[in-house]
Design a protein around this ligand. Structure first.
Ligand code: PLP
Length: 349
């Protein structure tokens, strides 16, 4: 209306109407007050880390998406941030390593790819008791707000690779942050604007369309995921299944408490842990496509050691159990009988 006086949209990096619609949706589905859309999930994580200063410390889970680990160790460590990694199976492991420099707790639950479960409420309560200024962030990519809402459990920041379930159709790359604190929202918006890794409006349109079916897709992902986890768990050629919905999962009770169902991600190892047997399975599925990414309507199979988690040094991978025998499934929304038949024939190759 006048120089220096705009109507809310002066330049699309600062704000764009389609992105605003998506950011409102992001905030709403996680019970937050503010949402932010980024050009990728990693750009969203990058934004959170830019709130820190050299010398600050981040405590993170020991099983993380490989790209998150790569960003922590290869990018931010050289700017003076410190990282420590703990097994978040037990909430007390986090409180034990808090120091005066700790500023951020980074939780992934369920984790990629070992499906470990961290008790968000218990960790948040113990961290805030130690120092209420420490921020707790949760990567909620695997669960989605349909199954788990970290802000309601006391977390300060929720992060998503919206590339996955929120988009839902493997046709965009996007990240999301959701918060419920005005000051934190201002800081994140400033970094989003100043660093510039914003989501484009066409991608925002696709993500909005994806979110409209999130609840229906998640229902089917959960049904299919559970059926496949059970099938694998009782199969004579399978050694171990990692799925929080199975009663034999280490933190099944915590998962039951904080999630309304258990999602579509299932990892497992064959009894024959040789590379050859594992690769034969990975090369033999027909309905499951061998590919990275996850959370789309189509089923995918992935080999973390050589694909999604190849950036984690072998010694670190092996320490936590990401061996060459680990297989990760992103169970889609196809007919479950087709999926089970496909897995069965690949197991019998
Ligand atoms: N967090 C998790 C749990 C992921 O699985 C991924 C990607 O696979 C990311 C973060 C990074 O997201 P993006 O690939 O959208 O940058």
């Amino acid at each position: 209306s006048s120089p220096g006086n705009n109507k809310g949209y002066e330049y699309s990096r600062a704000a764009n109407p389609t992105r605003t619609a998506l950011e409102k949706s992001f905030a709403s589905i996680e019970n937050g007050t503010h949402g932010f859309a980024f050009s990728s999930g990693l750009a969203a994580i990058d934004c959170v880390l830019r709130t820190l200063n050299p010398g600050d410390e981040v405590i993170a889970g020991d099983d993380l998406y490989g790209g998150t680990y790569r960003m922590f160790t290869k990018l931010f460590q050289k700017y003076g941030l410190k990282f420590s990694y703990v097994d978040m199976n037990s909430a007390s492991n986090v409180a034990e390593v808090i120091t005066d420099d700790t500023k951020l707790i980074w939780i992934e639950t369920p984790t990629n790819p070992l499906m470990k479960i961290a008790d968000i409420e218990e960790i948040t309560t113990s961290v805030k008791r130690a120092n209420s200024a420490i921020l707790v962030a949760v990567d909620n990519t695997f669960a989605t707000p349909y199954l788990q809402r970290p802000l309601d459990l006391g977390a300060d920041i929720v992060m998503h690779s919206a590339t996955k379930y929120l988009g839902g159709h493997s046709d965009l790359v996007m990240g999301a942050l959701m918060v419920k604190d005005e000051e934190l929202a201002k800081e994140l918006h400033f970094i989003q604007f100043a660093a510039g890794a914003v989501a484009g409006p066409m991608d925002a349109f696709l993500a909005l369309r994806g979110i409209k079916t999130l609840h229906i897709r998640m229902q089917r992902h959960c049904e299919n995921g559970k059926a496949i986890a059970k099938f694998l768990d009782s199969h004579p050629k399978v050694k171990e299944v990692f799925y929080p919905g199975l009663e034999n999962h280490t933190n099944h009770e915590v998962a039951k408490k904080q999630m309304s169902a258990f999602g579509g991600m299932v990892s497992f190892k064959l009894k024959d842990e040789s590379k050859q047997a594992t690769f034969t399975f990975l090369e033999s599925t027909n309905v499951f496509t061998l590919a990275e990414s996850l959370g789309g309507v189509e089923s995918l199979v992935n080999h973390p050691a050589t694909m999604t988690h190849a950036s984690i040094p072998e010694t670190e991978r092996l320490k936590i159990g990401i061996t060459d025998a680990l297989i990760r499934l992103s169970v889609g929304i196809e007919d479950v009988n087709d999926l089970i038949e496909d897995i069965n024939q690949a197991l019998n190759k």
